[in-house]
Design a protein around this ligand. Sequence first.
Ligand code: GLN
Length: 484
Amino acid sequence: MHQHSLRQLSALLQSKQISATELAQHYLHRIEGNRYNAFTHVDHTMTLAQAANADQRLAQGTANALTGIPIAHKDIFVTRGWRSTAGSKMLANYVSPFDAAVVERFNQAGMVTLGKLNCDEFAMGSANENSHFGAVKNPWDTSAVPGGSSGGSAAAIAARLAPAVTGTDTGGSIRQPAAFCGVTGIKPTYGSVSRYGMIAFASSLDQGGPMARSAEDCALLLNAMVGFDERDSTCVERATEDFSRDLNQSLQGLKIGVPREFFGAGLADDVAQAVRAALSEYEKLGATLVDISLPKTELSIPVYYIIAPAEASSNLSRFDGVRYGHRAAEYKDLNDMYRKSRTEGFGDEVKRRILTGAYVLSHGYYDAYYLQAQKIRRLIAQDFQAAFTQCDVIMGPVAPTVAWDLGDKSDDPVANYLADIFTLSTSLAGLPGMSIPCGFGQGEKNSKRPVGLQIIGNYFAEAKLLNVAHQFQQATDWHTKAPE
Ligand code: GLN
């Protein structure tokens, strides 16, 4: 049952061959033991209550394509009833009084929540080793990281612990874990998905999106996820779209931009090979490859690691031990309470970013760092617009290597930052990007570790990206492969 697509599951539910309750029980059973540490909170009673509701809707004929299908949420989306921790000790026992807009939308569709998924603390990380609840393991090779920050989300799809999950992507956190775990994920155009109730990291970059096994599944999920929300001031008001509408369009004549800068010295051979093979497959499907340049790719690392921490230092000032979250047990006065609560509640990477952010925003440094980074951010976005005059979509690797070993880079923040090189520019420009499985590379000790192909589109070109991904998935079977 856990190998079925969302469409197949939906058909089984609608025709009453299975009930939502049976389906939920099947997945709850698979989750038992939490093998990869993918989940932070599971609650059978709440899941089964939602499943019973879905069954009622299915019986009454008020169901839609997603009713009764299980989903799990990255623990960065707040949820009523379930703990909402953001992977942090700061929020380890926090239960939100309301649902995030994304959760609300999936609940309204009648989807059944399986639980909350582990992630890097406040979504800061590339390996899911920064979680207060421990690292997540990659189901393909448990000595490897699953990628981050949506590591629990990607691992849950790869291990078939959930047929659908949510993730968030600030600088690559949907695409990179999807690549490392061999699953499909899409980060939509900035502003498409409401950030209301998504615990904030860097507000000008944060964007929610779905992860699943295929582009077809992601399209269905995106249909429910995207929509205007007046509670998020950066949410875009646009006509409702059916993201599945173009899935079956032919790719004859498609122009694929291949950025030179994505195939330079730092790219591992096994990743380059798998990505090149995917590009050849696209040529067979009728596409042509166009050599393009995104000259500021390297600058995306310093630019992102100035802007994101700057916004984080501001966003995380709300965790002061007063309103919510961890409060130190003993303190002398108010300042001491702030200091101790924050010292105890935040992990190392979060502290590093708060300090960096406060520094680049401070008087005397603001012009040299923050303002400069904002200017280059604009230039990065312009490079993409120049590229899109030559091509319809851009393709390249998601990350320079396959998943690395757990512990390998955990003491080296810069090594983690450098591995984000191919995903950051898309986020800085606010463009939509996808990752789809396209082969395998070599892990240490000769294990197989998945490689992701990144597909980047112009603003609001999600339906096109999903079409391009789906056609590849019709012609190949990488996305159907599962770890043993
Ligand atoms: N790896 C990047 C970071 O650590 C991106 C994280 C994200 O997209 N949430 O900030």
